[in-house]
Design a protein. Structure first.
Length: 274
């Protein structure tokens, strides 16, 4: 009878201990969900169509994966950021095409949160091939050999490449003043996308706070920003054009500068500087 009571006591203890597990799991899930807007840091160096690897820096120890599309099942490559420096190098499984988009993901190994960037593949610089034309002179007894020089036309590119490079919009950007109003935009790996409105230098409204955001570079200087405000399921977009590494203008989807209304502020053409 004593053995039976001891066995029953052990079973009761076992079930009691097992009953606490879901509570712990539930707490962990809730914490992770609350922090979904916070992802690891990630920077990616320029990618070219002859690149054999992708390099950059990320949160130390985070897993880096490269995909050809957002929902691609197969990776183009993967690596782990250095636990000391955060630097990483991902060897590519295949050659990339010019103007194709590449999705680079960083996943925090501890929190399992992730962050990604969409990078446009650039054309690699080509070396000018020097060609030597050999002319064969025909010898004749009565005719003199004449050499005709072909006129060479200098080709000048109509499109000038930007003399600066922008890798990420991360940081604080302040706008010009229009009709007594001004704006401040903050892109942060920790707090997401935030937008504030000021009048006569005083803050009058928070337009966006703690929003998840993603960046799509249509060209090296023309970017599309997509963000989802905290607590909302609807995403919003806007476009910007960099005129220098520390200045951009608000434009439309056709890369044209337009007047944009910001809450109670009248429509105006906005320029932001860092």
């Amino acid at each position: 009878m004593k053995k039976f009571m001891v066995a029953m006591t052990g079973l009761v203890t076992l079930f009691t201990i097992g009953a606490t597990v879901p509570a712990v799991t539930g707490t962990a899930t809730t914490t992770a969900h609350a922090a979904t807007h916070v992802g690891p840091s990630l920077s990616v160096k320029a990618i070219y169509n002859n690149s054999k690897s992708i390099t950059g820096t990320a949160t130390k120890g985070s897993k880096i994966t490269v995909k050809s599309t957002k929902n691609a099942k197969k990776n183009l490559g993967s690596a782990t950021a250095s636990k000391k420096t955060g630097k990483y190098t991902v060897k590519l499984a295949k050659t990339l095409k010019k103007n194709a988009n590449v999705y680079v993901y960083a996943t925090n190994s501890k929190t399992k949160t992730s962050f990604y960037r969409i990078i446009r593949v650039q054309a690699a610089a080509t070396k000018k091939a020097t060609t030597t034309k050999k002319t064969t002179a025909k010898k004749t007894a009565t005719k003199k050999v004449t050499t005709k020089k072909a006129a060479t036309k200098k080709t000048t590119s109509t499109k000038k490449a930007a003399s600066f490079t922008v890798k990420t919009p991360t940081g604080t950007w302040k706008s010009n003043t229009a009709n007594k109003y001004s704006q401040k935009i903050v892109f942060s790996q920790k707090t997401g996308f935030n937008q504030y409105l000021y009048k006569n230098g005083k803050k009058v409204k928070t337009l966006v706070s703690y929003a998840k955001y993603s960046v799509k570079a249509k060209t090296p200087t023309f970017w599309k920003i997509t963000y989802t405000p905290k607590g909302s399921k609807t995403s919003k977009t806007f476009y910007l054009r960099f005129t220098s590494a520390k200045k951009f203008k608000i434009v439309n989807s056709k890369d044209q500068v337009v007047a944009v209304k910001a809450s109670v502020a009248p429509a105006a053409k906005w320029t932001f500087t860092k």
